[in-house]
Design a protein around this ligand. Structure first.
Ligand code: CA
Ligand code: CA
Length: 357
């Protein structure tokens, strides 16, 4: 059967609309920054988040009411304070939609100059927030990006690899937003050493829908009073070779740790005489020891690991490959040598996710 062209495009639009959520957004920043900086990505472009839909063309000098992925006006606004204005510089290696997103940007200014973006009217929920922070005219420049009140402070910048790459063109943070705490704020600045910061765009992905990560269980309190919290970005998969990054923040600084995971359900068993709980029913598998980060004595340690890249069928630990269609539970174990319990280690809270094919 041949579907007439106009009808086919209607079906295509309906399919697109059916997958969109009112609280997910694609935002192209820096529009208006020059002759080439007037074009935004097309709505088939998913960016690093693989989230296609309408891209808001945002002139950073004005407050913008955002369109959802289907192009409908929402009650959510975006405004900024600090930094300088729209800027455009064509990087000859970026083309098409990548060029439209990345080569126009908010110029954050030189070292130390920071900018805060305020998103008002967002519904409460769990979100993956993608920051595009790549300086098209000097790829060596580094930008720091974080969600205010979140646990991370990540760096992006570097040589274009032909596609989006985490830590190069973008960073992503998972954040549970509750409006009772005020607006959602994103903060960025140049990383230092005379480097200029840039902010090319934002993707806000609503992960509150079925299958998004859910935190459970109580984090233990470490010897320095830290309570480590889990989060995850992307989807756990039995086949994909990347795209499921598990994170832990507010961990004891400079202490090694590892993620462990299982698919036999939740529990809340005491961890010796300490304040931690073992929240993943055995059998569990281990993600391998990770070197601590942050400062000894402070709660600024973070861990992140793409577990799809560990357990995929052709990866180093294919025997850890999870069962698709079943939930998985994950938790962080880390060294805590000065803990006064009968354990010299502590545990984070736990996370439950759906495992996809
Ligand atoms: Ca370009
Ligand atoms: Ca842009």
């Amino acid at each position: 059967m041949t579907i007439p062209t106009r009808l086919a495009s209607l079906f295509a639009f309906a399919a697109l609309a059916g997958t969109t959520s009112a609280q997910s957004f694609n935002i192209d920043l820096g529009v208006g920054g020059g002759a080439g900086g007037t074009v935004s990505p097309t709505s088939v472009y998913g960016g690093a988040a693989a989230q296609s839909g309408v891209w808001n063309a945002v002139d950073v000098t004005v407050t913008t009411t955002l369109l959802d992925l289907g192009g409908a006006l929402t009650g959510v606004t975006l405004s900024k304070t600090g930094g300088s204005n729209n800027y455009y510089s064509d990087n000859t290696n970026t083309t098409g939609d990548d060029d439209s997103l990345l080569d126009d940007m908010q110029d954050l200014g030189n070292t130390g100059s920071k900018v805060t973006y305020t998103i008002s009217g967002l519904a409460d929920g769990n979100y993956d927030i993608y920051f595009y922070c790549w300086t098209s005219y000097d790829e060596a420049d580094q930008t720091l990006a974080r969600v205010v009140g979140g646990g991370l402070n990540q760096t992006c910048g570097g040589t274009w690899t032909g596609a989006h790459a985490v830590g190069v063109t973008y960073v992503v943070e998972n954040y549970t937003y509750a409006s009772g705490g005020g607006d959602l704020e994103l903060r960025l600045k140049g990383a230092g050493g005379g480097q200029w910061g840039s902010f090319n765009g934002i993707q806000i992905v609503d992960t509150s829908a079925a299958g998004g990560p859910v935190n459970y269980c109580t984090p233990g309190t470490s010897s320095n009073g830290c309570q480590a919290v889990m989060s995850a970005v992307g989807t756990a998969s039995a086949t994909a070779t990347s795209g499921f990054t598990v994170l832990a923040s507010s961990v004891e600084g400079a202490k090694d740790g590892l993620f462990f995971y299982g698919q036999s359900g939740q529990q809340s068993n005491s961890w010796g005489t300490g304040t931690s709980f073992q929240c993943v029913v055995t059998p569990v598998k281990r993600g391998g020891l990770l070197t601590g980060s942050g400062t000894a004595g402070l709660c600024d340690g973070t861990f992140s690991q793409d577990l799809n890249a560990r357990w995929c069928p052709a990866c180093s630990h294919s025997n850890h490959n999870p069962t698709s269609g079943q939930k998985m539970q994950l938790q962080l174990w880390y060294r805590d040598p000065f803990n006064t319990s009968n354990q010299t280690t502590s545990l984070s809270d736990a996370l439950e996710v759906d495992v996809g094919p």
